[in-house]
Design a binder for this molecule. Structure first.
Ligand code: ZN
Length: 278
C-alpha cells in the first residue's frame, strides 16, 4: 500500500464532492466478538445433525422449521445485544463527522454496531438487513417490527410457549422472520436499498472495501461499478481476498493486510490532515 499516493487520491476524492464510500463486512465486527457465519462458531445443531450458518440462514430452512431458525437467530441476537462497537466502528463515526454528506456506509453486518457507534441511519445502508427488526415471514405487509424481546439465549436454550407467541405476526398470525437477507434470497430496494447503493457506487470518488473476503455479492458488484469509472479502490483485509488479483492489476487499486482498526486509524489521520489544512 502506497500511502503517499493514496493521500493524494483521497485529497482529490474529497475535493470532488462525490461519495467516499465505506463498504464493510464481518471482519470489522470480529474485534467486537461477533462470530462470522462461516467461522467455526457458525455451526448449529438440530437434533443429531450439524448445520453451517449458510444452511440455517435460508428461507428454505425457515419454511421447514421456523422455530429452529428462530433459536439460531435469538442466540445470535443475544451475542449482538451484548457486543460493543470496537475502535474500527468508532473511527467510522469520526470519519462520518468529518466528511458529512460525502460519507456513505454500506454494511453487510446485521449486528447494530454502527448504530451503537453513532453513525447516522440516513448515511448507513444495511444491505443484509438489521437484527433490530423482524417482519412477517408470510409478507402480509412490509412493516418492520421490533425484534422479539426475550431473555438471553445460548446455543442450548429452548423457546417457551409464551415466547413463541412473540414470534407471531401481529397482523396475520404467521411466524415473523428476522429482518435479514438469507443466503437463498436476492437483494431488493424495498428492504435492502439495492438500487440506492448501486447509485452510490456509481457516484463514488473512492471506495473502501473493509473486512470482507469476497463470498457475498455486494463487494464484487461495488468493485465492478467503481472500477468502471476508474475511481480508487482500497481493500482492507487481514488476508488475501477474492479481489486481490483484480486490484493488483487495477491502476487505482490499493491493498493493505492490516486489521480494519489499524488501517482505518491511518485513513482517519489523513482525512483530518486534509480537512484541517484546507
Ligand atoms: Zn403477517
Amino acid at each position: 500500500m502506497n500511502w503517499k499516493k493514496f493521500e493524494k487520491e483521497l485529497e482529490k476524492a474529497i475535493l470532488s464532492g462525490k461519495y467516499i464510500t465505506f463498504l464493510v463486512g464481518a471482519g470489522l465486527s470480529v474485534e467486537s466478538g461477533i462470530p462470522t457465519f462461516r467461522g467455526k462458531e457458525g455451526y448449529w445443531k438440530i437434533g443429531s445433525e450439524n448445520y453451517k450458518g449458510p444452511e440455517i440462514g435460508t428461507f428454505r430452512m425457515f419454511n421447514l422449521n421456523a422455530i429452529e431458525v428462530w433459536k439460531w437467530f435469538l442466540f445470535r441476537k443475544t451475542i449482538c445485544r451484548k457486543a460493543e462497537p470496537n475502535r474500527g466502528h468508532l473511527i467510522l463515526k469520526e470519519i462520518e463527522d468529518l466528511l458529512g454528506n460525502q460519507f456513505a456506509l454500506v454494511s453487510q453486518n446485521v449486528d447494530s454496531l454502527h448504530k451503537k457507534a453513532g453513525n447516522s441511519t440516513k448515511r448507513t445502508y444495511l444491505v443484509h438487513g438489521d437484527l433490530d427488526y423482524a417482519r412477517c415471514g408470510d409478507e402480509c405487509s412490509d412493516t418492520l417490527y421490533s425484534f422479539p424481546k426475550m431473555e438471553d439465549k445460548t446455543r442450548e436454550s429452548t423457546i417457551s410457549l409464551d415466547e413463541e407467541k412473540l414470534l407471531e405476526c401481529p397482523k396475520c398470525g404467521e411466524y415473523l422472520r428476522p429482518h435479514v437477507l438469507w443466503f437463498d434470497e436476492t437483494y431488493n430496494e424495498k428492504y435492502y436499498k439495492f438500487h440506492t447503493v448501486t447509485e452510490i457506487a456509481d457516484n463514488s470518488s473512492m471506495l473502501f472495501v473493509i473486512g470482507t473476503s469476497g463470498s457475498t455479492f455486494i463487494p464484487g458488484h461495488f468493485i465492478n461499478r467503481v472500477s468502471y469509472f476508474n475511481q480508487p479502490i482500497i481493500d482492507i483485509n487481514i488476508s488475501e481476498s477474492e479481489y486481490s488479483y483484480f486490484l493488483n492489476d487495477y491502476p487505482n487499486g490499493y491493498e493493505t493486510r492490516e486489521t480494519s482498526t489499524e488501517a482505518l486509524e491511518k485513513v482517519l489521520s489523513i482525512i483530518k490532515k486534509i480537512k484541517y489544512e484546507n
